[in-house]
Write a protein that binds this ligand. Structure first.
Ligand SMILES: [Zn+2]
Length: 234
């Protein structure tokens, strides 16, 4: 990947998340690791995910300095900086305030493999970052969040949102989208009377491999990009 490609993918990641309904007005962001090791590409504050363009991006260093682009960095840039610092294999991280994730986290019940999306975690509960429900606005909080996420595809941030990561931009974005959908499906079942059947750990592990190989995650990403382009053209 070149820096130009990283910039392009940072724009596309933002648009895909918006198309999937993970936007929260101007809050939430996706960050793409700079291939030259200078930090990450992320939208500048003040823009919604669907409004991101290449000239609305920042290159933010691991010291949280803006090296290219306008303005100050997002207060929560430390989420991405510390996830990318902790995980050399991670290319992209996502943080959104997806309402389904926030509502589900408020119930404080395990995430079950109710659907294909729920099998993303292979029968394990989704990790949760519980140190604060406020902004992840310091390197220390970012490090704690990265530790809570570990090598999981995504984690819930109760009272706040979600964080996701991936070894590519499509996988990171889709991990965020699938967690949001898994939360919504389980919430729907709970509100209709409760979950009476779901995949056990063995089936969930098998479904994770069957349903969510990179090729399928990339197919979902491609769909979201087409959906985003259609909505922009409308
Ligand atoms: Zn946030």
């Amino acid at each position: 990947m070149t820096p130009l490609e990283a910039r392009d993918l940072a724009v596309k990641a933002s648009h895909a998340l918006a198309a999937a309904g993970q936007g929260d007005m101007v809050w939430g962001h996706a960050a793409v690791r700079d291939p030259d090791g200078r930090g990450m590409w992320i939208k500048a504050p003040g823009w919604g995910l669907g409004e991101v363009r290449e000239d609305r991006l920042q290159l933010v260093s691991f010291e949280a300095d803006v090296l290219e682009g306008e303005g100050t960095p997002h207060k929560e840039c430390h989420i991405h900086l510390e996830v990318l610092r902790a995980q050399p294999q991670t290319v992209c991280s996502v943080h959104t305030h997806a309402p389904d994730a926030v509502a589900f986290a408020a119930l404080d019940v395990p995430l079950l493999a109710v659907s294909h999306e729920g099998a993303l975690f292979g029968g394990e509960d989704v990790p949760r970052f519980r140190d604060t429900g406020g902004l992840v606005s310091t390197p220390e909080l970012g490090k704690a969040l990265a530790a809570a996420l570990g090598d999981a595809p995504a984690a819930l941030m109760p009272k706040h949102g979600l964080v996701a990561a991936g070894h590519s931009v499509p996988t990171a974005v889709m991990h965020a989208v699938l967690l949001g959908r898994a939360c919504r499906t389980q919430l729907t079942a709970l509100s209709a009377g409760g979950v009476r059947t779901h995949s056990d750990a063995d089936e969930a592990r098998a479904k994770r491999a069957e349903c969510w190989p990179d090729s399928q995650l990339e197919a979902g990403w491609g769909y979201l990009l087409r959906l985003a382009a259609t909505s922009r053209a409308a």
